[in-house]
Design a protein around this ligand. Structure first.
Ligand SMILES: Cc1cc2nc3c(=O)[nH]c(=O)nc-3n(C[C@H](O)[C@H](O)[C@H](O)COP(=O)(O)O)c2cc1C
Length: 453
């Protein structure tokens, strides 16, 4: 069992919710993507419920899809830039952590270090950066490329990128700024550090023009599933938003990723692994099931078909009737077997039409969905937690604000009653909430200040 026996909970917000049809639900705000009041409200709801943090995912493109399906979608279409949004939310909240995504492929380390360090200062030590390497072609097309940087190269650059950002965040000792009006000394020159990084992909002198924050520096987060992704997480991440569908897979990932940390001389407890979980909860089990079925019924058949097509390796289903079964296909067009075999087997066994199959796979979108009563949800979460398959969860409300309100009103009190979740914040920084230490400066034990090269 985890050292302090408390779950960490992240609230993951897609604008209207995680479910693909969320925006059509009567208890979702359809204009959430440009509605700052919506975000203030849901940030404050999560804070009142004592969530550790809120997390905003991001991509640097409008999601690419067949236009008929794209025009019926809300996720990754057109919304606020997340760091700008979090800076506004920092002023409307007091305790909750604020994390968003930024790409290592389409930014420079100095800019990323500077922006997140500023968020961290503005929020009083509540900031965090979710590092992604960006694998979408639609993103590449906005940055002078015809396709994404190849996977291995993306991660090799990301390692160097993360090292630089972390180094830049230590540019100033905590007590560097003396601001002595009497003597006229603003900062102690011995407490300012040049990074002088010269690597394979980047050259960065430093120092960063933002000081350290109350929590030292922002929390570093990663969500890579591949071998390279796990290695990067083991080296740098302090939290992971992971995608597992069952407790066995989550446990294997948990053990593997934490075991890799020894190589980097890191304590496994300094990385919090939080698998994604989308919950539909109601006091009555049948009511929860009815709500889920209702949400499923809102999936437009064209959207369902497009997601199905993506999950079948870009198999073009447009030439076929929605009310016929899948055509006879033996291999996926792009060679990726990902979900191909399991979806095909399910379709054949249950004789599902393309319309029915689209609805089935689009609802979950490969993510972990749990439908039940507060006791059933808490049992499920406790089972994963007690088996050390996770340190908590990334809660992905299927529609917002309705399903977020339900989770806060029904599940959080049950977790608190079991002693699994806090009833009050113990500290004020994100590191305090997550149980992470304030990182020591890399210059702590240096004999002399590092000067400009
Ligand atoms: C919960 C979760 C959140 C993610 N958020 C983002 C995101 O905001 N932006 C993004 O480009 N990728 C995001 N990803 C994708 C991962 O960064 C990663 O690319 C993906 O899991 C595939 O792993 P790999 O890159 O190691 O192959 C997310 C993944 C998960 C599981």
């Amino acid at each position: 069992m985890n050292s302090d026996k408390k779950m960490r909970l992240a609230a993951y917000y897609n604008p209207t919710g995680h479910h693909v049809a969320s925006w059509r639900h009567p208890r979702a705000d359809a204009d959430a993507h440009v509605n700052i009041k919506h975000y203030v409200k849901i940030a404050q709801t999560a804070e009142k419920a004592k969530f550790d943090l809120i997390f905003l995912a991001d991509g640097v493109a409008t999601r690419q899809a067949d236009i008929e399906a794209q025009s019926r979608s809300v996720q990754f279409i057109a919304n606020f830039e997340p760091l700008t949004l979090l800076s506004a939310l920092a002023m409307m909240t007091e305790k909750i952590g604020l994390i968003c995504t930024m790409s290592t492929s389409y930014n420079e380390p100095y800019n990323v270090a500077r922006r997140f360090a500023s968020l961290d200062l503005i929020s009083g030590g509540r900031g965090g950066w979710n590092l992604v390497t960006s694998g979408q072609t639609a993103e590449a097309l906005n940055f002078g490329r015809t396709g994404p940087v190849p996977h291995g190269e993306r991660y090799q650059r990301a390692h160097e990128f993360a090292k630089i950002v972390k180094g830049l965040w230590d540019s100033w000792d905590d007590d560097a700024f003396v601001r002595d009006k009497e003597s006229g000394l603003f900062f102690d020159p011995a407490k300012m550090h040049y990074l002088n990084h010269i690597g394979q992909n980047y050259q960065v002198r430093g120092p960063l023009n933002v000081p350290r924050s109350q929590q030292g520096h922002p929390v570093m987060v990663q969500a890579g599933a591949s071998d390279e992704g796990r290695e990067l997480a083991a080296a740098y991440a302090e939290a992971i938003f992971s995608p597992h569908l069952n407790v066995e897979a989550a446990k294997a990932y948990y053990d593997d990723t934490k075991a890799r940390m020894a190589k980097y001389d890191r304590d496994p407890d300094h990385l919090k692994i939080l698998p994604g979980l989308s919950v539909i909860v109601a006091k009555d089990e049948q009511k929860a099931k009815d709500d889920f079925e209702f949400l499923q019924s809102l999936i437009h058949p064209i959207v369902g078909r497009e997601i199905l097509s993506t999950m079948l390796g870009e198999l073009d289903l447009r030439p076929y009737s929605l009310d016929q079964e899948l055509p006879d296909v033996l291999t996926p067009p792009n060679g990726s077997r990902g979900h191909f075999d399991s979806i095909l087997a399910m379709a054949r066994k249950e004789k599902l039409t393309i319309r029915q199959l689209g609805q089935r796979v689009a609802g979950a979108r490969g993510k972990n969905v749990f439908v039940g009563t507060p006791t059933q949800v808490a049992d499920y979460m406790e089972d994963w937690f007690s088996k050390e398959a996770c340190d908590g969860f990334t809660v992905m409300p299927p529609y917002i604000p309705g399903a977020l309100d339900d989770f806060c009103e029904l599940v959080i009190p049950e977790l608190q009653r079991r002693g699994l979740f806090r009833t009050e914040y113990q500290g004020s920084t994100l590191r305090d909430h997550l149980g992470l230490p304030k990182p020591e400066s890399i210059y702590k034990h240096a004999q002399q200040r590092s000067g400009a090269a």
